[in-house]
Design a protein around this ligand. Structure first.
Ligand SMILES: [Zn+2]
Length: 150
């Protein structure tokens, strides 16, 4: 480990401690060149993508939650279980490939909308209106007009 004081790579470990739950190891180190003491932490790499919601709270990415959202928007529409799963898988794969650790919920919403739009327009409008918090008729008109233009 590089000494933050002099940049030397020669150090010795003075003390190693494990957190109570065993997920973090803390090492107290001393630089052999300049004697500077510093601490390093070792922990598991967090693999789960985090989602930042509109109100700012952060939660782990949840594929089932996306499936539930699509299912709700697709109620009584010709959108199959397989298609719903395929959209959720697409979103998951996209996030893994992008390698992002934090993604806005709006971005996920847009990915779902793109796919849903190709399958069923009504389900698309329902999903989009929930994502965008559409509450007045004017905004619905905007979505409809945008669909007509495409
Ligand atoms: Zn040093």
């Amino acid at each position: 480990m590089k000494c933050p004081n002099c940049g030397s790579f020669k150090d010795r470990v003075l003390d190693t401690r494990q957190s109570k739950d065993g997920t973090v190891i803390r090492r107290r180190r001393e630089c052999l060149e300049c004697g500077f003491r510093f601490t390093t932490y070792e922990r598991f790499q967090e693999e789960k993508v985090l989602v930042k919601k509109k109100k700012g709270d952060i939660e782990p990415f949840n594929k089932e939650k996306i499936e539930r959202g699509i299912k709700l928007a697709s109620k009584n529409r010709p959108v199959s279980e397989e298609q719903i799963k395929a959209i959720a898988n697409f979103v998951e794969k996209y996030l893994l490939e992008e390698g992002k650790l934090l993604v806005e919920s709006m971005e996920i919403g847009k990915l779902v909308q793109e796919k849903l739009k190709e399958i069923d327009k009504i389900a698309y409008i329902r999903f989009k209106s929930v994502c965008n918090d559409v509450s007045d008729i004017k905004e619905f008109e905007n979505i409809l007009n945008e669909l007509k233009e495409n």
